[in-house]
Write a protein that binds this ligand. Sequence first.
Ligand code: NAD
Ligand code: DAU
Length: 352
Amino acid sequence: MNKANLKILITGGAGFIGSHVVRRFVLKYPNYRVYNLDNLTYAGNLENLKDIENKPNYIFIKGNIVDASFVFEIFEKHQFDSVIHLAAESHVDRSISDPLVFVRTNVIGTMNLLNAAKELWNDDFKNKKFYHISTDEVYGSLDEIGLFTEKTSYNPNSPYSASKASSDHFVRAYGETYGLPYVITNCSNNYGPNHFPEKLIPLFINNIINKQPLPVYGDGNYTRDWLFVEDHAIAIDLVFHKGKNQETYNIGGFNEWKNIDLVKLLCKLMDQKLNRKEGESEQLITNVKDRPGHDLRYAIDANKINKELGWEPSVTFEEGLSKTVDWYLNNKEWLDNVTSGSYKEYYKKQYL
Ligand code: NAD
Ligand code: DAU
């Protein structure tokens, strides 16, 4: 790629991971133009990017990737030479209650971006790149042992992971069929600042602050591999610039936790930070009805990206979790804003 003056379309840049990726690219590459396309759904929040919104190389475009003619229009107008595609419906529980919206955004939305890239790059793919951000959930569930590698077969179990798997297949197919230069990364569970409080860690932080019940699904013996969001953004930067064309890379934290152990660690940490009695927040743990089709365990083998590109997580889980809790305690207004309005309806439907 000629990297001198790239015009990069980043989709979903107002969301959790997207905002960290946008910030990194805007600040680190002042000669790039970074276009953030986001429809500002319940999960998108321009407050996440307040600190960089006036940078001269940052452009925000509000719009829906499901609208094909709009996607074509912006490709034509701005002549992007690369895409980093993060926009998605991302919450498993919402995919169980409303699967179709996941098909629209995650499958049709990705198709629209692929078609626009193919047509408007006019099959001349020199110096072009389509980078699709995916998830480890496409591989399905592991038993107590084993790791997901790039060669593990896809076996998605939730409507969310099925829609992400489908979009991954289309990206790969456009590479094989039309020669579209692509790269895909499949990452494990992220955590960190700006995480919408419908996901385990930020939801539990918010509930601990407010002394509300901590709804652990089933027996809590489900395992996830956690990665600090800024380490994901670093990996995305590296893969974007150095990843091999038509390759996929797994990204993970080498950091497996059973939910129940993670929740107890979080309670302990927050009791210290909030000057509460030791063991006080643990009293809030409540076992609730399990998630249907709940995947037992995800764990990533991230050796390929480590060996080929030299990436590894830069913070330990204890450091990352501590930074994350501090961020939420120092950004009470952000948390109050995103937990008002439609969040209350969602919470009631999901938990009460
Ligand atoms: P998120 O839900 O926080 O953000 C998604 C963003 O996409 C929001 O800003 C939203 O407004 C935008 N968006 C949604 N539908 C849109 C549409 N139709 N048109 C334009 N914009 C739209 O998600 P996230 O957790 O930051 O995840 C980002 C990407 O990374 C997703 O593709 C997700 O599958 C993937 N991923 C997430 C994790 C994780 O742990 N969060 C792990 C691996 C991969
Ligand atoms: O693995 C990557 C995926 O991680 C991403 O692709 C998804 O976008 C992201 O949402 C995340 O999916 P999970 O389903 O693993 O994350 P979530 O935070 O929803 O749940 C983590 C674990 O905690 C899971 O085993 C379910 C459990 N859980 C979750 C919630 C919200 C609870 O026990 N109680 C809860 O209230």
